[in-house]
Design a protein around this ligand. Structure first.
Ligand code: 5GP
Ligand code: MN
Length: 344
């Protein structure tokens, strides 16, 4: 706690004086927590008079399009010049929800070119980098959005939370905890949600906007994936799903459509680890999920897929073909599961 308070004192120093130009950046394939924490934090900083831009490497999924403020987010892949200018002009840069700077993808170069602005990390991933001017790194928290809530509470008091901040932070908390089903759920987090309710949060509205906003194609793609593309391995302890580019095209695939599919195999009794492989033009995207304490997919992602994340949710990339990636995964789980103490 003392370290957190010391960091807040330093944060206040970085923001003191005349209003600043601030860039808030987050990871590629931004999810609810990446966007929710960025937008919530941006609104607080704007309230203090700063000029703030939020930037993301590539487009957000359509189920986040309702979020207030998202219309002004700069998408580097679509507006590279604007993004580069904003990052170059920034006097302070906040990096949200990531533990590897290369997850900024198209933004990495611009960030590294700005050598004067202090970079401040706000994140909840394990194994954070340590080359930031200031780091709020809290792997014990369920989400970066909840960490932003804690910052606001300490720095300004919860009265500073508007309805849109409450909704954006809640969206991040809800999606990163699987709607309060996994991840670290603490009494403090639940009290924070109570405060967000007092600040105008409408839980069914946010839930519906995020989870009941699918196209028929997306729901059919889920059915297809579970029916035809799910395989169990290792006597039912491991599972995977895969989708080729062709299969996605056949279902009019839109960005974000396969988000969450990886969780379904874990609803089967006995499944401890689940993977989802999606083919893109350049690589196979790997999503990993596990249940409980013993199977750490962060370790698995680092060891086998040059990735990372959290104990129960991680990801990485493979540059082999889809078929080779699956064969590699089969060998990897056969090697990894026996090291996991599954009998406990
Ligand atoms: P998802 O499966 O939802 O894409 O990712 C789950 C989590 O895994 C993310 O929150 C992120 O922490 C982590 N993750 C996903 N892909 C990568 C990757 O390529 N590299 C690293 N370091 N982490 C990743
Ligand atoms: Mn997160």
């Amino acid at each position: 706690m003392q370290e957190f308070l010391d960091n807040i004192a330093r944060l206040k120093e970085y923001l003191a004086g005349a209003p600043k130009r601030i860039a808030i950046v987050t990871h590629t394939n931004p999810d609810g927590d990446a966007i929710g924490s960025s937008l919530g934090w941006a609104e607080i900083l704007r309230g203090e008079g700063h000029h703030v831009s939020c930037l993301i490497p590539n487009r957000y999924p359509s189920f986040l399009a309702w979020m207030q403020g998202i219309e002004n987010v700069i998408i580097a892949k679509e507006s590279p010049e604007v993004a580069a200018e904003e990052v170059a002009a920034a006097e302070v840069i906040f990096v949200m929800d990531l533990n590897k700077i290369d997850r900024l993808e198209t933004l990495t170069e611009a960030i590294e070119a700005n050598t004067t602005a202090p970079r401040i990390l706000i994140d909840h991933h394990l194994s954070p980098p340590n080359d930031f001017a200031l780091q709020f790194s809290h792997p014990e928290l369920c989400s970066t959005s909840y960490l932003v809530y804690c910052l606001i509470e300490q720095m300004k008091g919860t009265e500073a939370i508007t309805t849109s901040i409450a909704e954006n932070l809640y969206a991040g908390i809800m999606t990163d905890t699987g709607n309060f089903a996994f991840s670290t759920l603490t009494p403090e987090l639940m009290r924070a949600v109570a405060v967000l309710l007092e600040r105008g949060l409408d839980i069914p509205k946010v839930y519906t906007a995020v989870y009941n906003s699918y196209t028929a194609d997306r729901v059919k793609l889920l059915g297809f994936s579970l029916c035809h593309k799910m395989e169990l391995l290792e006597e039912g302890k491991a599972a995977y799903l895969s989708l080729s580019e062709r299969e996605m095209r056949r279902h009019n695939f839109q960005l974000g459509d396969s988000e969450g599919f990886v969780n379904y195999p874990l609803t089967i009794v006995g499944v401890k680890i689940s993977a989802m492989f999606t083919e893109t033009r350049k690589f196979i995207r790997v999503s990993l999920r596990s249940r409980g304490e013993n199977v750490d997919v962060n370790v698995f992602a680092r060891k086998y897929f040059n990735g990372g994340g959290h104990k129960n949710a991680a990801g990485g990339k493979s540059f082999m073909s889809l078929r080779e990636t699956i064969e590699y995964y089969k060998k990897a789980v056969a090697e990894f599961l026996p090291t996991c103490n599954l009998d406990e």
